[in-house]
Design a protein. Structure first.
Length: 366
């Protein structure tokens, strides 16, 4: 499926950085490249695109930026790894800042899980008068995270096909459940804003109770930046954001973003119904399942990956699951992975990323 709409869309994607031996390392001067930024842990690089009006434009820009990082990395003996976790590794150190210090203080030891996660954020432009429908539609599409699951191991132990999502949603923010979980459908913007404010107020209370200075907290967080729920209305950017996907090969990231933009474009003049007997995206309307059904599919996506029933659901919702080959399914390793094997696998997938972005970025259709 290729988007025929002109909705602007952009991508933020995180990659682990490794040296020639496959050990995690800092990105160094890679952060000076267009669209590149540091993340909150040392061995990670984030690459961002600008808002693009077509999938062709988005693919070209993402490929150019990743390719530039790959080329510069070769000069620095550094490589980018498109895996959701490093699989097994030494301690991952944070870059000191007040924001991270506050999260460590409030969340506690469980914040360790977040340090093991590399993901993708996809932004889709809000349509005037339809942003809530877009948000609810993306909530129903959240199980599509299974299409790009890219690691099942954390610290050498097999956790789940969607290990990163499990870390974020069920482990890291267990003491602040609403911060990391998928939220139910919303009624309107006021409903969304009430939820944001409630989460912010709770987080703020817990931070101050833990000894965080009030002014320091307020300089680091506002209601929109204090939640990590995977589908969000972003007023600052004028987008609906999907934060669930793992990092993966760039070609698969673009294919995922393309389907999101297509389904979001289908909202023009079409009603969005919630709770229909047969959830689907068709020519007349978009029918979403009840939220409990969505949550069951999300659990399946994380714990089991692309099952037959989940594949059927995603097909009805506009995806082409056969076009995806989740990296996590290529790991025939339900047992532990030692650090030597993890280094080898990181190098293997760094090579696959390099090959992926050196293919032609041209696409045959908008």
């Amino acid at each position: 499926m290729t988007s025929t709409t002109s909705l602007r869309r952009s991508i933020e994607v995180e990659y682990w950085v490794v040296d020639e031996a496959g050990d995690l390392t800092q990105p160094g001067s890679l952060i000076d490249l267009p669209g590149a930024e540091r993340e909150f842990v040392e061995p990670m690089l984030e690459l961002k695109t600008t808002p693009c009006t077509s999938t062709t434009e988005l693919r070209t820009e993402l490929f150019e930026r990743v390719r530039a990082a790959v080329d510069r990395g070769e000069e620095l003996s550094k490589q980018l790894v498109p895996l959701a976790t490093p699989l097994n590794h030494e301690e991952i150190r944070e870059i000191p800042c007040d924001r991270t210090r506050i999260q460590n203080t409030v969340v506690g030891e469980d914040f360790e899980y977040v340090r093991h996660c590399a993901g993708t954020h996809i932004h889709i432009e809000q349509q005037p008068g339809r942003a809530v429908d877009q948000l609810n539609t993306l909530i129903a599409l959240d199980p599509a995270l299974a299409l790009v699951n890219s690691a099942r191991h954390v610290q050498g132990e097999a956790m789940a096909p969607g290990a990163r999502s499990k870390c974020y949603r069920w482990l890291a923010y267990d003491t602040l459940r609403n911060q990391g979980e998928l939220w139910p459908y919303v009624d309107d913007r006021a409903d969304w804003n009430r939820r944001l404010q409630a989460c912010y107020d709770r987080f703020r209370r817990q931070a101050i109770a833990a000894g965080i200075d009030e002014s320091t907290f307020e300089s680091c967080f506002d209601p929109e930046s204090s939640v990590w729920t995977p589908v969000q209305l972003r007023e600052d950017f004028g987008t609906v954001e999907w934060r669930s996907p793992d990092t993966t090969l760039p070609s698969r990231t673009v294919a995922l973003a393309d389907t999101l933009a297509t389904v979001a474009g289908e909202l023009d003049g079409r009603p969005v119904d919630i709770g229909g007997d047969t959830p689907c995206v068709d020519n007349g309307r978009i029918t979403l399942p009840d939220f409990e059904t969505v949550r069951d599919y999300v659990d399946t996506a994380i714990e089991d990956g692309l099952t037959e029933s989940l594949t059927a659901y995603l097909s009805r919702m506009g995806f082409e699951p056969d076009a995806f080959d989740p990296i996590t399914d290529t790991f025939d390793r339900d047992g532990p992975i030692d650090r030597k094997t993890a280094r080898q696998l990181r190098l293997e997938y760094a090579t696959r990323l390099r090959e992926d972005v050196r293919q032609s970025p041209a696409m045959t259709a908008e």
